[in-house]
Ligand binder design. Structure first.
Ligand code: SF4
Length: 465
């Protein structure tokens, strides 16, 4: 009897140029198809056959969360801008005018959230190190050039300007020489986060070239190697059936055998992503190498603004061996008005989800804003001396002394980000704004760059980075 040999699925992406050839295209109502073709001129669009055939429920489109997560839609652009662009793309088909209109719209979408490209870049021998960020004392972020795309793009992603190739926003390193040289001079660093895009878009050979140098005996102070990845959800085959999947697992084992903690920072936005058998197999295979997996995601309107979904995600994750880590607040860039939720609502969803999970899932922190001064978590909404306030604290900060110091902001039901908040109890400034050096001072003294006191005078300095 002949035995059937199953061919492992091959990764097949779809973009604006190829989406019309996908088997699902005809299932999308005309108006939504138009929106895909128009909005994807402004914002990056990439999905793949696994996302389309396994994760999206086409009966629920457009309200299916994974459709909202990966397909551009009309309300992501202001109505007048959308109408003009639609006219140019679908009727006039004037490429020069389209380009001008696209550029105008992108510049209105805060493509340069303050600080990201300027304030976190460390210096090595007086020169900025390409593809590195050092914001918190113990953690360095590394952006390998081959890992700057993803298996699909999330419509809310704050890295959208990089994916559409906006000038000055490319941020990557071709090799790891400068990273290791920098780390050798910075013994206070214990963690390296390899990030992107998605570093696991790389083949194992390329990834090995970046990771192996971190196992050098001179880098004994590096305890944790983290990899930020969405492949666990968008293409779990990366760990199971891809032709170098086994080699990837061997690489993970090697890191663990070298005495480091290898932590995959798994980007799961919705429990649908983890309900799939292939995603669960991927998770088991990763954990079998001795690596750990943490789960994190922003809270995004239209996609996961539902306490039940979060509780299911954390509960299922814990059962499979993953560790709930962060619920983030959506950042203030790109189509954030479409995706953002008031901080008060974010807190309500977090609390309701947290109240419905086992203690083992309560490792999760949130809702947390990755803002310019640090990661600020909303601890509660309380009344103190007849004033309704947000209770806040830093989970991570540019100045380690700020971490875990409670502070308070006036309750504001419509605030969506830290810079919408003002101090409670009649204070003029938050404690971390009161004194210290300017970002320019800090850049001129790189040895202390990531854990100095910073003076926050202008509002914009409080924005995301
Ligand atoms: S996978 Fe991560 S980096 Fe890639 S588009 Fe989604 S949020 Fe952005």
């Amino acid at each position: 009897m002949s035995q059937e040999v199953l061919t492992p699925p091959k990764f097949k992406p779809y973009t604006r140029q190829s989406i019309q050839q996908s088997p699902q295209w005809e299932k999308i109502p005309l108006e939504l198809r138009e929106a895909v073709l128009v909005v994807s001129r402004v914002l990056p669009f990439r999905t793949n056959q696994y996302v389309m055939s396994e994760l999206i429920d086409w009966e629920r489109v457009p309200d299916d969360p994974i459709y909202r997560l990966t397909f551009p839609h009309q309300a992501m652009l202001p109505p007048a801008e959308y109408a003009q662009l639609r006219d140019l793309v679908l009727i006039k088909k004037d490429e020069v005018a389209i380009e001008a209109q696209v550029k105008k719209i992108r510049l209105q979408m805060n493509p340069h959230p303050a600080g990201q490209m300027t304030h976190n870049v460390p210096l090595l021998d007086g020169a900025p190190v390409q593809g590195l960020q050092h914001k918190y004392k113990e953690t360095v972020l590394f952006f390998p050039s081959a890992g700057q795309t993803c298996h699909a793009y999330c419509t809310f992603c704050f890295r959208w300007p990089q994916f559409v190739g906006m000038e000055g926003l490319k941020f990557d390193a071709r090799e790891s020489n400068e990273l290791t040289a920098y780390l050798k001079q910075h013994k206070e660093v214990t963690d390296v986060l390899i990030t992107g895009g998605d570093p696991l878009i790389m083949n194992t050979r390329s990834l090995t070239e970046y990771i192996e140098p971190l196992l050098d005996a001179e880098l004994d102070h590096i305890q944790n190697i983290r990899i930020g990845t969405k492949s666990v959800a968008y293409w779990p085959h990366r760990f199971v059936t891809d032709k170098d999947a086994d080699d990837l697992l061997r690489l993970f084992e090697k890191v663990v055998k070298a005495g480091k903690n290898l932590a995959l920072m798994g980007h799961y936005n919705h429990p649908i992503e983890l309900r799939q058998e292939i995603a669960q197999t991927a998770l088991k295979r990763i954990l079998s190498t001795g690596a750990t997996v943490r789960m994190q995601s922003p809270l995004i309107r239209h996609i996961n603004d539902d306490a039940k979904a979060w509780a299911e995600l954390w509960t299922l994750g814990v059962r499979l061996g993953a560790i709930p880590y962060y619920m983030f607040v959506e950042r203030d860039t790109g189509p954030h008005e479409y995706f953002q939720l008031p901080l008060a609502k974010a807190y309500e969803i977090f609390q309701a989800a947290y109240q419905n999970v086992s203690g083992l899932a309560r490792t999760v922190r949130g809702p947390s804003m990755s803002a310019f001064p640090g990661k600020v978590v909303i601890d509660g909404i309380v009344n103190i001396h007849n004033e309704k306030v947000f209770a806040l604290q830093f989970l991570q900060a540019r100045n380690p002394d700020w971490v875990r110091r409670p502070f308070y902001a006036k309750f504001d039901p419509s605030a969506t980000w830290l810079d919408d908040l003002v101090p409670a109890f009649g204070e003029k400034q938050f404690f971390f704004e009161k004194d210290g050096r300017t970002p320019t001072d800090i850049r001129s003294n790189p040895s202390n760059a990531t854990h100095s006191v910073i003076k926050f005078a202008p509002r914009e300095l409080r924005k995301a980075s």
